[in-house]
Design a protein around this ligand. Structure first.
Ligand SMILES: Cc1cc2nc3c(=O)[nH]c(=O)nc-3n(C[C@H](O)[C@H](O)[C@H](O)COP(=O)(O)O)c2cc1C
Length: 171
């Protein structure tokens, strides 16, 4: 897939088939996230890939909007350090957002669907994943082959129009 097709194929996928993701494909998707840029190249992330069905089920209870992740082939928990500096915290969140998107676009390139889920119950996530006290889950990314429609470019995305979003030279 070319870059534009991968970008326009990516969408929030919340229902998945039972088909597993081949090891090599999953490796490439994770590598896409690993290669993301970050402030001062600090790479403030670790990825915990959850494949075990029982683990996925337990993790999917972090909030009701994450329930769909239980049926994914795997769930990538994007883990970050807990920091007490507000500017660093903002930068870290920006960085992990980029990594999550890069992961999702590489997944789309492989025709693998992805679905983001916030992680509200951090205590539960920490217990399920065995995280140290100084780490938290910034976002969950469910991966798998979509059950509803294949990963193909979407002509009209539900987005604000370009001329409303973009201004030139001044606000
Ligand atoms: C930071 C972030 C958190 C999100 N959390 C959830 C979530 O907890 N549950 C969910 O179903 N979708 C979640 N989403 C998916 C968005 O609702 C979705 O990306 C948005 O509606 C645009 O749809 P699209 O991705 O299909 O283009 C999240 C997206 C982002 C960027």
């Amino acid at each position: 897939m070319d870059t534009w097709d991968a970008i326009t194929s990516r969408r929030q996928v919340r229902s998945f088939t039972d088909q597993p993701i081949p090891e090599g494909v999953l490796g490439r998707i994770l590598d896409g996230a690993r290669l993301s840029p970050s402030g001062s190249n600090r790479q403030p992330w670790d990825f915990v890939v959850v494949r075990d069905p029982e683990q996925k089920e337990r993790l999917s209870a972090v909030w009701r909007g994450a329930a769909f992740t239980a049926d994914a082939a795997c769930v990538v928990a994007m883990v970050q350090p807990i920091v007490d500096d507000e500017a660093r915290e903002l930068m870290n969140r920006f960085d992990v957002g980029q990594a999550a998107l890069q992961l999702a676009v590489v997944a789309a390139d492989e025709r693998v669907g992805s679905g983001l889920a916030a992680c509200r119950d951090q205590d539960l996530a920490r217990e399920v994943l065995g995280l140290p006290e100084d780490r938290f889950v910034a976002i969950l990314v469910a991966l798998g082959y979509p059950a509803d429609r294949p990963m193909e470019p979407i002509k009209s995305l539900d987005r604000r129009p370009l001329d409303e979003v973009v201004r030139f030279d001044r606000w």
